[in-house]
Write a protein of this length. Structure first.
Length: 272
């Protein structure tokens, strides 16, 4: 399992997600991106130090981790600093999660440790590529899939920001948002699918497979849960708009061409 190397990834994530103690939403947003990028950098350093095999596959996959993490954190920092409507959305999301009460420190600590473990598991396929002495070129396929996920998520974030500049009080329903209602979350799922696939040839033993599979399944679950919470907020905020209701009833929420339109059990439009 190479626990010493996994510990390094875990500690890296702990350090970079610690900003969540200032605003616990950052554990899963800005801190998330910083942790992924930081782990990518640390793995390259371990390769340069001779602890890992610095193959072309390791370098490329680490580079994708850094690009993904830096883009995500940079985008979120900029949006939070410049967009008052987004800050309000974060406040609403935090209120929905905590019930409007201050979150106890021990709860924040539990989230901090849990997400750091998750980020170490998500990036484990790249770590194990550095451990393997010989591996085939499946990382090329995984890398291309991961890159397509980065491009999709970047384009979706850019389009949504452009829509909000035109009308900050309207939902994004054009461009990529005509295909699915959460193309940014879809891009993230595609990215981590690529990372997971890139590690297939190098995973040995049930422990490595279970760790990597757990990380992948957990992040997919997080994305579906995030889409569910977003659907609830959008139904509440935009449910009085006929165009939005028609859009929500005919556009898949997360996976293209699959008629899964809602994740909430009972669809309610408008303020309760």
């Amino acid at each position: 399992m190479y626990w010493n190397l996994l510990l390094i990834s875990f500690v890296t994530a702990l350090v970079l997600t610690a900003i969540g103690f200032k605003n616990y939403v950052w554990f899963l947003s800005i801190g998330y991106g910083l942790a992924v990028a930081g782990i990518g950098i640390v793995l390259v350093i371990l390769g340069l130090a001779g602890t890992l095999h610095l193959s072309s596959g390791l370098v490329v996959m680490c580079l994708l981790l850094v690009i993904y993490g830096c883009r995500l954190s940079g985008f979120l920092i900029y949006r939070e600093a410049k967009n008052a409507a987004y800050r309000k959305t974060l406040a609403e999301a935090a209120k929905d999660t905590s019930g409007g009460k201050a979150m106890p420190v021990f709860v924040k600590a539990a989230i901090w440790i849990s997400v750091s473990l998750l980020y170490a598991a998500q990036t484990a396929p790249v770590l194990y590529r550095g451990v393997a002495e010989h591996a085939n070129g499946l990382w090329i396929i995984g890398g291309l899939i991961a890159l397509s996920g980065i491009l999709l998520e970047s384009a979706a974030d850019h389009q949504k920001s452009a829509f909000k500049k035109i009308d900050p009080h309207a939902p994004a329903m054009k461009g990529l948002y005509k295909i699915v209602r959460c193309p940014n979350y879809l891009g993230e799922i595609i990215f981590w699918t690529g990372v997971f696939i890139s590690g297939w040839p190098v995973l040995t033993g049930a422990g490595q497979w279970l760790l990597c599979l757990a990380g992948y399944i957990c992040i997919v679950w997080v994305m579906f849960n995030s889409a569910k919470r977003l659907e609830t907020r959008q139904n509440r905020n935009y449910g009085n708009r006929e165009d939005y209701r028609n859009y929500a009833e005919h556009t898949p929420i997360l996976i293209p061409f699959i008629p899964l339109y809602h994740l909430v059990k009972e669809v309610k439009y408008g303020k309760e």
